[in-house]
Design a binder for this molecule. Structure first.
Ligand SMILES: [Zn+2]
Length: 178
């Protein structure tokens, strides 16, 4: 941070709080500029015992397969955000079943929520962000072509939950990122 977003001063100082948290403090106006993780919301779309994945047309991880997800906007709920992102990236209306996984990336400063979602029909639309949409059998997930650790986490745990016949909420985190 170079300038204070409140008063425009460049007199920004770093301060440690509880010896762990970095704070950006404006010496001119005294404002503390907190930096907190961002929320990413998305869907794990299921259609007739298959998982719907989107092929990314943009960086990062262009060409890799992704669950539809994106940053939560102000003035929306997590469920509205997940449905909006699914609609934006696939053109599809989905029906949320339940919250499936929460994944914290400390490296990216993001928290990713994935909701299990039922795809109602396959009348999808591609766009700049999504250049292909495919349904994958549970035993044919393109593991080495999946974008982001959070996707791997969500899909692996979904398949595990099917084999164990549970409906757990999966909570994970990692400092390692692909
Ligand atoms: Zn200031």
């Amino acid at each position: 941070m170079n300038f204070c977003s409140k008063c425009g001063s460049d007199d920004i100082h770093l301060k440690m709080e509880q010896e762990r948290f970095v704070r950006y403090v404006c010496k001119a106006c005294g404002t503390i500029h907190y930096k907190n993780p961002l929320m990413v919301v998305g869907c794990l779309p299921i259609y007739e015992q298959k998982i719907l994945l989107c092929q990314r047309g943009i960086q990062p991880c262009k060409g890799y397969w992704n669950l539809p997800a994106g940053f939560m906007e102000m003035n929306e709920t997590v469920t509205q955000g997940a449905l909006r992102e699914a609609k934006e990236e696939t053109g599809l209306d989905m029906e949320l079943i339940r919250l499936h996984s929460i994944y914290t990336s400390r490296k990216k400063n993001q928290v990713m929520l994935h909701f299990l979602a039922k795809v109602k029909d396959l009348d999808y639309e591609l766009n700049e962000e999504t250049v292909a949409i495919e349904l994958f059998d549970f035993n044919a997930i393109p593991w080495d072509q999946l974008a982001f650790q959070s996707n791997i986490f969500a899909i692996q745990n979904y398949l595990d939950s099917l084999s164990k016949n549970t409906q757990s909420l999966f909570i994970g985190d990692s400092l390692k990122e692909n």
